[in-house]
Design a protein around this ligand. Structure first.
Ligand code: NCD
Length: 451
Protein backbone atom coordinates (compact mmCIF):
# COMPACT_ATOMS: atom_id res chain seq x y z
CA UNK A 1 0.00 0.00 0.00
CA UNK A 2 1.06 3.54 -0.63
CA UNK A 3 -1.13 6.10 1.06
CA UNK A 4 -1.69 8.54 3.89
CA UNK A 5 -3.91 7.47 6.77
CA UNK A 6 -5.39 10.75 7.99
CA UNK A 7 -6.64 11.63 11.46
CA UNK A 8 -5.15 8.70 13.36
CA UNK A 9 -4.21 8.54 17.07
CA UNK A 10 -0.69 7.14 17.27
CA UNK A 11 0.23 5.35 20.51
CA UNK A 12 3.77 4.02 20.93
CA UNK A 13 4.29 3.27 24.63
CA UNK A 14 8.05 2.62 24.48
CA UNK A 15 8.58 5.94 22.70
CA UNK A 16 6.16 7.63 25.16
CA UNK A 17 4.19 8.86 22.23
CA UNK A 18 0.42 9.36 22.29
CA UNK A 19 -0.81 11.88 19.75
CA UNK A 20 -4.18 12.25 18.08
CA UNK A 21 -4.89 13.86 14.72
CA UNK A 22 -1.83 12.39 13.00
CA UNK A 23 -1.23 11.69 9.34
CA UNK A 24 0.61 8.41 8.78
CA UNK A 25 2.34 7.90 5.45
CA UNK A 26 2.60 4.20 4.61
CA UNK A 27 4.54 2.96 1.64
CA UNK A 28 5.20 -0.69 0.77
CA UNK A 29 4.82 -1.79 4.38
CA UNK A 30 6.93 0.98 5.84
CA UNK A 31 5.89 3.95 7.92
CA UNK A 32 7.62 6.72 6.03
CA UNK A 33 6.49 9.58 8.24
CA UNK A 34 4.05 10.58 10.97
CA UNK A 35 3.09 14.24 11.03
CA UNK A 36 0.33 16.44 12.32
CA UNK A 37 -0.61 17.33 8.79
CA UNK A 38 1.04 16.11 5.68
CA UNK A 39 0.80 17.73 2.28
CA UNK A 40 -0.31 14.72 0.31
CA UNK A 41 0.84 15.65 -3.18
CA UNK A 42 -0.15 12.78 -5.41
CA UNK A 43 -0.62 10.21 -2.63
CA UNK A 44 -4.11 8.83 -2.01
CA UNK A 45 -5.48 9.88 1.37
CA UNK A 46 -7.65 7.58 3.48
CA UNK A 47 -9.42 9.98 5.78
CA UNK A 48 -10.10 8.35 9.16
CA UNK A 49 -10.71 11.65 10.99
CA UNK A 50 -13.52 11.06 13.50
CA UNK A 51 -16.46 13.45 13.68
CA UNK A 52 -16.10 16.22 16.35
CA UNK A 53 -16.07 14.56 19.78
CA UNK A 54 -15.68 11.13 18.14
CA UNK A 55 -13.07 8.50 18.98
CA UNK A 56 -10.12 8.20 16.60
CA UNK A 57 -8.75 5.05 15.07
CA UNK A 58 -5.51 3.96 16.75
CA UNK A 59 -2.17 2.92 15.28
CA UNK A 60 0.21 1.20 17.70
CA UNK A 61 2.89 -1.51 17.72
CA UNK A 62 1.54 -5.04 17.12
CA UNK A 63 0.12 -6.81 20.15
CA UNK A 64 2.04 -9.62 21.82
CA UNK A 65 0.34 -12.69 23.27
CA UNK A 66 2.55 -14.68 25.60
CA UNK A 67 -0.02 -17.45 26.08
CA UNK A 68 -1.46 -19.12 22.96
CA UNK A 69 -2.35 -22.77 22.40
CA UNK A 70 -1.87 -23.97 18.84
CA UNK A 71 -2.65 -27.65 18.48
CA UNK A 72 0.09 -28.58 16.07
CA UNK A 73 1.37 -31.25 16.35
CA UNK A 74 -1.31 -33.64 17.53
CA UNK A 75 -4.71 -31.99 17.15
CA UNK A 76 -4.65 -30.10 13.86
CA UNK A 77 -8.43 -30.53 13.63
CA UNK A 78 -8.70 -27.94 16.41
CA UNK A 79 -5.96 -25.53 15.28
CA UNK A 80 -2.85 -25.44 13.15
CA UNK A 81 0.02 -23.01 13.34
CA UNK A 82 -1.33 -21.52 10.12
CA UNK A 83 -4.95 -21.05 11.30
CA UNK A 84 -3.86 -19.90 14.76
CA UNK A 85 -1.47 -17.32 13.39
CA UNK A 86 -4.17 -16.04 11.03
CA UNK A 87 -6.47 -15.66 14.03
CA UNK A 88 -3.64 -13.82 15.78
CA UNK A 89 -3.24 -11.42 12.85
CA UNK A 90 -7.01 -10.78 12.79
CA UNK A 91 -6.81 -9.94 16.50
CA UNK A 92 -3.91 -7.50 16.03
CA UNK A 93 -1.30 -9.85 17.50
CA UNK A 94 2.00 -9.84 15.64
CA UNK A 95 4.00 -12.01 18.06
CA UNK A 96 2.67 -14.96 20.02
CA UNK A 97 4.17 -17.60 22.27
CA UNK A 98 2.80 -21.10 21.59
CA UNK A 99 2.40 -23.26 24.67
CA UNK A 100 4.07 -26.65 24.90
CA UNK A 101 1.04 -28.86 25.65
CA UNK A 102 0.77 -30.29 22.16
CA UNK A 103 0.82 -34.02 21.40
CA UNK A 104 3.63 -34.82 21.87
CA UNK A 105 4.59 -31.95 24.16
CA UNK A 106 7.49 -29.67 23.25
CA UNK A 107 9.91 -30.91 25.87
CA UNK A 108 13.26 -31.60 24.17
CA UNK A 109 15.71 -29.63 22.04
CA UNK A 110 14.67 -31.55 18.92
CA UNK A 111 11.00 -30.83 19.48
CA UNK A 112 11.75 -27.17 20.15
CA UNK A 113 13.67 -27.03 16.87
CA UNK A 114 10.87 -28.76 14.99
CA UNK A 115 8.16 -26.51 16.45
CA UNK A 116 10.21 -23.42 15.67
CA UNK A 117 10.83 -24.64 12.14
CA UNK A 118 7.14 -25.38 11.55
CA UNK A 119 6.28 -21.82 12.56
CA UNK A 120 8.71 -20.05 10.24
CA UNK A 121 6.13 -19.49 7.51
CA UNK A 122 3.34 -18.32 9.84
CA UNK A 123 1.60 -14.98 9.28
CA UNK A 124 2.86 -13.67 12.60
CA UNK A 125 5.99 -14.36 14.61
CA UNK A 126 5.37 -17.56 16.60
CA UNK A 127 7.79 -18.09 19.46
CA UNK A 128 8.18 -21.56 20.89
CA UNK A 129 7.15 -22.20 24.45
CA UNK A 130 8.95 -25.20 25.93
CA UNK A 131 7.69 -27.46 28.68
CA UNK A 132 9.32 -27.03 32.07
CA UNK A 133 9.26 -30.75 32.84
CA UNK A 134 9.46 -33.79 30.60
CA UNK A 135 6.01 -34.85 29.40
CA UNK A 136 4.57 -32.00 31.54
CA UNK A 137 4.60 -34.55 34.34
CA UNK A 138 6.27 -32.42 36.96
CA UNK A 139 8.92 -35.05 37.71
CA UNK A 140 12.05 -34.14 35.79
CA UNK A 141 13.14 -30.80 34.32
CA UNK A 142 13.70 -30.59 30.58
CA UNK A 143 17.26 -29.85 29.48
CA UNK A 144 16.61 -26.14 29.89
CA UNK A 145 19.98 -24.98 28.55
CA UNK A 146 19.78 -27.10 25.39
CA UNK A 147 16.11 -26.21 24.82
CA UNK A 148 16.91 -22.50 25.13
CA UNK A 149 19.79 -22.93 22.68
CA UNK A 150 17.37 -24.71 20.32
CA UNK A 151 15.05 -21.68 20.35
CA UNK A 152 12.75 -21.96 23.38
CA UNK A 153 11.41 -18.52 24.28
CA UNK A 154 9.97 -19.47 27.67
CA UNK A 155 9.35 -22.47 29.90
CA UNK A 156 5.89 -23.54 31.01
CA UNK A 157 3.97 -26.70 31.85
CA UNK A 158 0.78 -24.71 31.21
CA UNK A 159 -2.29 -26.84 31.76
CA UNK A 160 -0.40 -28.76 34.43
CA UNK A 161 1.09 -27.92 37.80
CA UNK A 162 2.64 -31.18 38.87
CA UNK A 163 6.09 -30.16 40.14
CA UNK A 164 7.29 -29.71 43.69
CA UNK A 165 8.33 -26.25 44.92
CA UNK A 166 11.87 -27.63 45.16
CA UNK A 167 12.00 -28.59 41.48
CA UNK A 168 10.47 -25.25 40.57
CA UNK A 169 13.07 -23.44 42.58
CA UNK A 170 15.84 -25.28 40.69
CA UNK A 171 14.18 -24.35 37.38
CA UNK A 172 13.96 -20.69 38.37
CA UNK A 173 17.65 -20.67 39.24
CA UNK A 174 18.66 -22.30 35.95
CA UNK A 175 16.49 -19.97 33.90
CA UNK A 176 18.36 -16.89 35.16
CA UNK A 177 21.42 -17.30 32.97
CA UNK A 178 19.18 -18.21 30.02
CA UNK A 179 17.17 -15.00 30.32
CA UNK A 180 13.93 -16.94 29.78
CA UNK A 181 10.90 -16.68 32.05
CA UNK A 182 9.53 -19.62 33.98
CA UNK A 183 5.76 -19.41 33.57
CA UNK A 184 3.43 -21.19 35.98
CA UNK A 185 -0.12 -22.47 35.61
CA UNK A 186 -1.16 -21.65 39.17
CA UNK A 187 -3.67 -24.34 40.06
CA UNK A 188 -2.48 -26.75 42.72
CA UNK A 189 -3.19 -30.30 41.55
CA UNK A 190 -3.40 -31.72 45.09
CA UNK A 191 -6.24 -29.34 45.97
CA UNK A 192 -8.00 -30.15 42.68
CA UNK A 193 -7.66 -33.91 43.23
CA UNK A 194 -9.04 -33.62 46.76
CA UNK A 195 -12.09 -31.48 46.02
CA UNK A 196 -12.97 -33.49 42.94
CA UNK A 197 -12.20 -36.81 44.68
CA UNK A 198 -10.15 -38.16 41.78
CA UNK A 199 -6.95 -40.18 41.69
CA UNK A 200 -5.93 -39.49 38.08
CA UNK A 201 -5.60 -36.41 35.88
CA UNK A 202 -7.33 -33.22 37.03
CA UNK A 203 -7.27 -31.15 33.83
CA UNK A 204 -10.97 -31.67 33.07
CA UNK A 205 -12.23 -31.61 36.66
CA UNK A 206 -14.80 -28.88 37.03
CA UNK A 207 -14.47 -27.98 40.74
CA UNK A 208 -11.59 -25.54 40.88
CA UNK A 209 -11.72 -23.42 44.02
CA UNK A 210 -9.77 -20.21 44.57
CA UNK A 211 -7.73 -22.12 47.12
CA UNK A 212 -6.11 -24.13 44.31
CA UNK A 213 -4.89 -20.84 42.84
CA UNK A 214 -3.71 -19.22 46.07
CA UNK A 215 -1.88 -22.39 47.15
CA UNK A 216 -0.08 -22.60 43.78
CA UNK A 217 0.83 -18.90 43.89
CA UNK A 218 2.13 -19.35 47.42
CA UNK A 219 4.31 -22.30 46.33
CA UNK A 220 5.61 -20.38 43.31
CA UNK A 221 6.54 -17.39 45.46
CA UNK A 222 8.24 -19.63 48.00
CA UNK A 223 10.16 -21.35 45.23
CA UNK A 224 11.27 -17.95 43.92
CA UNK A 225 12.40 -16.89 47.39
CA UNK A 226 14.21 -20.19 47.84
CA UNK A 227 16.01 -19.78 44.51
CA UNK A 228 17.24 -16.43 45.82
CA UNK A 229 17.30 -15.05 42.26
CA UNK A 230 15.34 -15.21 39.04
CA UNK A 231 11.84 -14.45 37.85
CA UNK A 232 8.54 -16.22 37.96
CA UNK A 233 5.53 -15.44 35.79
CA UNK A 234 2.01 -16.41 36.87
CA UNK A 235 -0.35 -17.32 34.06
CA UNK A 236 -4.10 -16.60 33.87
CA UNK A 237 -4.59 -15.27 37.40
CA UNK A 238 -8.32 -15.41 38.10
CA UNK A 239 -9.08 -14.37 41.67
CA UNK A 240 -9.06 -11.28 43.88
CA UNK A 241 -7.09 -13.27 46.46
CA UNK A 242 -4.49 -14.13 43.82
CA UNK A 243 -4.14 -10.48 42.76
CA UNK A 244 -3.68 -9.49 46.40
CA UNK A 245 -0.90 -12.03 46.92
CA UNK A 246 0.93 -10.80 43.84
CA UNK A 247 0.49 -7.19 44.92
CA UNK A 248 2.06 -7.96 48.30
CA UNK A 249 4.89 -9.98 46.74
CA UNK A 250 5.71 -7.16 44.33
CA UNK A 251 5.64 -4.62 47.15
CA UNK A 252 8.08 -6.86 48.98
CA UNK A 253 10.45 -6.75 46.01
CA UNK A 254 9.78 -10.20 44.49
CA UNK A 255 10.55 -10.51 40.77
CA UNK A 256 7.13 -11.87 39.89
CA UNK A 257 4.96 -10.95 36.93
CA UNK A 258 1.39 -11.94 36.11
CA UNK A 259 -1.14 -12.06 33.33
CA UNK A 260 -4.94 -11.96 33.12
CA UNK A 261 -7.02 -13.25 30.24
CA UNK A 262 -9.70 -11.28 28.42
CA UNK A 263 -12.32 -13.79 29.57
CA UNK A 264 -11.44 -13.41 33.25
CA UNK A 265 -11.38 -9.63 32.79
CA UNK A 266 -14.65 -9.60 30.91
CA UNK A 267 -16.97 -12.48 31.68
CA UNK A 268 -17.93 -13.08 35.24
CA UNK A 269 -20.29 -15.91 35.88
CA UNK A 270 -23.61 -14.09 36.30
CA UNK A 271 -23.10 -12.45 32.90
CA UNK A 272 -22.05 -15.47 30.96
CA UNK A 273 -25.26 -17.47 31.19
CA UNK A 274 -26.16 -20.67 29.44
CA UNK A 275 -24.36 -20.91 26.14
CA UNK A 276 -25.09 -24.09 24.21
CA UNK A 277 -23.39 -26.40 24.95
CA UNK A 278 -22.64 -25.36 28.55
CA UNK A 279 -19.09 -26.65 28.07
CA UNK A 280 -18.35 -23.46 26.10
CA UNK A 281 -18.09 -21.68 29.44
CA UNK A 282 -15.66 -24.20 30.84
CA UNK A 283 -12.12 -22.90 31.22
CA UNK A 284 -9.20 -23.42 33.56
CA UNK A 285 -9.09 -21.58 35.87
CA UNK A 286 -12.86 -21.03 35.90
CA UNK A 287 -14.67 -17.73 35.51
CA UNK A 288 -15.28 -16.44 39.01
CA UNK A 289 -17.27 -13.63 40.61
CA UNK A 290 -17.65 -9.99 39.71
CA UNK A 291 -15.51 -9.11 42.72
CA UNK A 292 -12.68 -11.22 41.30
CA UNK A 293 -13.13 -9.65 37.90
CA UNK A 294 -12.98 -6.13 39.36
CA UNK A 295 -9.82 -6.98 41.29
CA UNK A 296 -8.20 -8.23 38.07
CA UNK A 297 -9.18 -5.07 36.22
CA UNK A 298 -7.82 -2.91 39.04
CA UNK A 299 -4.66 -5.03 39.10
CA UNK A 300 -4.22 -4.55 35.37
CA UNK A 301 -4.77 -0.83 35.71
CA UNK A 302 -2.16 -0.32 38.45
CA UNK A 303 0.40 -2.77 37.03
CA UNK A 304 0.10 -5.65 39.52
CA UNK A 305 -1.03 -7.59 36.46
CA UNK A 306 1.59 -6.89 33.81
CA UNK A 307 -0.14 -8.12 30.69
CA UNK A 308 -3.30 -9.32 29.03
CA UNK A 309 -2.67 -12.82 27.66
CA UNK A 310 -5.33 -14.66 25.71
CA UNK A 311 -4.87 -18.31 26.77
CA UNK A 312 -6.34 -18.96 23.30
CA UNK A 313 -7.41 -22.61 23.75
CA UNK A 314 -9.08 -24.02 20.63
CA UNK A 315 -11.03 -27.27 20.96
CA UNK A 316 -13.00 -29.36 18.49
CA UNK A 317 -16.80 -29.19 18.69
CA UNK A 318 -17.13 -32.73 20.03
CA UNK A 319 -14.72 -31.99 22.87
CA UNK A 320 -16.90 -29.11 24.03
CA UNK A 321 -20.22 -30.90 23.53
CA UNK A 322 -19.42 -33.52 26.19
CA UNK A 323 -21.20 -33.34 29.56
CA UNK A 324 -19.76 -30.38 31.51
CA UNK A 325 -17.60 -32.52 33.81
CA UNK A 326 -15.89 -34.18 30.88
CA UNK A 327 -15.78 -31.30 28.38
CA UNK A 328 -12.37 -29.89 27.42
CA UNK A 329 -11.51 -26.65 29.24
CA UNK A 330 -10.62 -23.48 27.38
CA UNK A 331 -11.93 -20.93 24.91
CA UNK A 332 -10.52 -19.20 21.86
CA UNK A 333 -9.30 -15.67 22.46
CA UNK A 334 -6.99 -14.21 19.83
CA UNK A 335 -9.65 -12.62 17.63
CA UNK A 336 -11.81 -11.49 20.54
CA UNK A 337 -9.23 -10.22 23.03
CA UNK A 338 -9.31 -6.54 22.13
CA UNK A 339 -13.10 -6.34 21.85
CA UNK A 340 -13.70 -8.36 25.02
CA UNK A 341 -11.40 -6.06 27.01
CA UNK A 342 -13.06 -2.96 25.58
CA UNK A 343 -16.69 -4.08 25.65
CA UNK A 344 -16.97 -6.47 28.59
CA UNK A 345 -13.94 -5.31 30.56
CA UNK A 346 -14.99 -1.65 30.13
CA UNK A 347 -11.51 -0.65 28.92
CA UNK A 348 -12.51 2.14 26.60
CA UNK A 349 -12.01 5.91 26.91
CA UNK A 350 -9.10 6.81 29.19
CA UNK A 351 -8.29 3.09 29.55
CA UNK A 352 -7.04 2.77 25.97
CA UNK A 353 -3.38 3.79 26.51
CA UNK A 354 -3.12 1.39 29.47
CA UNK A 355 -4.70 -1.39 27.45
CA UNK A 356 -2.24 -0.80 24.59
CA UNK A 357 0.59 -0.83 27.12
CA UNK A 358 -0.57 -4.17 28.57
CA UNK A 359 -0.82 -5.67 25.08
CA UNK A 360 2.60 -4.49 23.90
CA UNK A 361 5.35 -3.53 26.34
CA UNK A 362 3.76 -5.43 29.24
CA UNK A 363 4.23 -8.82 27.55
CA UNK A 364 7.54 -7.70 26.02
CA UNK A 365 8.96 -7.05 29.48
CA UNK A 366 7.64 -10.33 30.89
CA UNK A 367 9.44 -12.29 28.18
CA UNK A 368 12.66 -10.30 28.10
CA UNK A 369 14.94 -9.69 25.12
CA UNK A 370 16.80 -13.02 25.33
CA UNK A 371 13.56 -14.86 24.50
CA UNK A 372 13.76 -13.58 20.93
CA UNK A 373 10.76 -11.28 21.27
CA UNK A 374 11.08 -8.11 19.24
CA UNK A 375 10.71 -4.66 20.72
CA UNK A 376 7.15 -3.42 20.12
CA UNK A 377 7.88 -0.07 18.57
CA UNK A 378 6.82 2.04 15.58
CA UNK A 379 9.98 2.75 13.64
CA UNK A 380 10.06 5.30 10.88
CA UNK A 381 11.52 3.98 7.65
CA UNK A 382 11.59 0.32 8.69
CA UNK A 383 9.22 -2.48 7.67
CA UNK A 384 6.32 -1.98 10.06
CA UNK A 385 4.98 -4.41 12.66
CA UNK A 386 1.87 -2.68 13.86
CA UNK A 387 -1.89 -2.73 14.23
CA UNK A 388 -4.59 -0.23 13.29
CA UNK A 389 -7.79 -0.59 15.28
CA UNK A 390 -11.06 1.21 15.81
CA UNK A 391 -11.97 1.05 19.52
CA UNK A 392 -15.62 1.92 18.81
CA UNK A 393 -16.45 -0.14 15.73
CA UNK A 394 -19.26 -2.56 16.49
CA UNK A 395 -19.35 -6.10 15.13
CA UNK A 396 -21.00 -9.44 15.70
CA UNK A 397 -19.03 -12.56 16.58
CA UNK A 398 -19.97 -14.84 13.72
CA UNK A 399 -18.48 -18.32 13.46
CA UNK A 400 -18.08 -18.07 9.70
CA UNK A 401 -15.84 -15.04 10.06
CA UNK A 402 -13.48 -16.43 12.66
CA UNK A 403 -10.05 -17.39 11.32
CA UNK A 404 -9.26 -19.81 14.11
CA UNK A 405 -9.68 -23.50 13.35
CA UNK A 406 -12.14 -23.71 16.26
CA UNK A 407 -15.12 -21.66 17.35
CA UNK A 408 -15.30 -22.50 21.04
CA UNK A 409 -16.35 -19.25 22.62
CA UNK A 410 -19.47 -18.47 24.64
CA UNK A 411 -19.62 -15.18 22.74
CA UNK A 412 -20.94 -16.44 19.39
CA UNK A 413 -23.58 -13.95 18.29
CA UNK A 414 -22.44 -11.26 20.77
CA UNK A 415 -22.23 -7.63 19.66
CA UNK A 416 -18.83 -6.22 20.62
CA UNK A 417 -16.97 -2.94 20.18
CA UNK A 418 -13.35 -2.75 19.09
CA UNK A 419 -12.21 -3.98 15.72
CA UNK A 420 -8.82 -4.54 14.16
CA UNK A 421 -8.69 -2.88 10.73
CA UNK A 422 -5.21 -3.80 9.62
CA UNK A 423 -2.19 -5.73 10.89
CA UNK A 424 1.30 -5.53 9.45
CA UNK A 425 4.15 -7.89 10.29
CA UNK A 426 7.57 -6.94 8.99
CA UNK A 427 5.85 -4.79 6.39
CA UNK A 428 3.56 -7.59 5.16
CA UNK A 429 -0.17 -6.99 5.31
CA UNK A 430 -1.34 -10.03 7.29
CA UNK A 431 -4.83 -8.79 8.05
CA UNK A 432 -7.01 -6.20 6.35
CA UNK A 433 -10.68 -5.50 7.04
CA UNK A 434 -11.55 -4.28 3.55
CA UNK A 435 -15.08 -3.36 4.50
CA UNK A 436 -14.11 -1.00 7.30
CA UNK A 437 -10.87 0.20 5.77
CA UNK A 438 -11.43 0.42 2.05
CA UNK A 439 -8.58 1.87 0.12
CA UNK A 440 -8.56 3.09 -3.42
CA UNK A 441 -6.86 1.01 -6.13
CA UNK A 442 -4.26 3.77 -6.41
CA UNK A 443 -3.20 3.04 -2.80
CA UNK A 444 -2.97 -0.69 -3.24
CA UNK A 445 0.74 -1.17 -4.23
CA UNK A 446 2.47 -4.51 -4.06
CA UNK A 447 1.64 -6.37 -0.87
CA UNK A 448 4.34 -8.58 0.47
CA UNK A 449 3.04 -12.03 1.25
CA UNK A 450 3.63 -13.69 4.62
CA UNK A 451 2.05 -16.84 5.90
C1 NCD B 1 -5.79 -24.93 28.18
C2 NCD B 1 -5.77 -25.81 26.93
O1 NCD B 1 -6.84 -26.16 26.45
O2 NCD B 1 -4.69 -26.12 26.45
N1 NCD B 1 -7.12 -24.88 28.71
C3 NCD B 1 -7.64 -23.95 29.52
O3 NCD B 1 -8.76 -24.15 30.01
N2 NCD B 1 -7.02 -22.84 29.82
C4 NCD B 1 -4.80 -25.46 29.15
C5 NCD B 1 -4.78 -24.72 30.43
O4 NCD B 1 -4.22 -23.62 30.51
O5 NCD B 1 -5.35 -25.25 31.38
Amino acid sequence: MNCILRGVRVIDPLARRDAAGQDVWLSEGRIIAIYKHMGEGTLPVIDLTPPPGGTPVILCPGFIDIHTHLREPGDEGAETIHSGSQAAAAGGFTQIVAMANTVPPIDSPDRVKEATFRAVAASVQVLTGCALTKGLKGEELVDMEACAAAGAAAFSDDGRNGFSPRLLSEAIGRAVSLGRPVMIHPEDEEVLAQVNRVQGPVQRCSLRPVEAETRAIDYALRALAHAGKGHVHLQHVSSAAGVEMIRRAKEGGANVTAEATPHHLGMWLPFATEPQPAGLLKVNPPLRTDRDREALIQGLRDGVIDTVATDHAPHRVEEKALPYDRAAPGMIGLELALAVCITLGGMSGDWIPTLVDRLTIGPYRVLGKASGIREPRLRIGEAATCVLFDPEAEWTVEPAHLRSGSQNTPLLGARLHGRVLMTLVDGALVHHDRQRLPWPASAAGTETARG
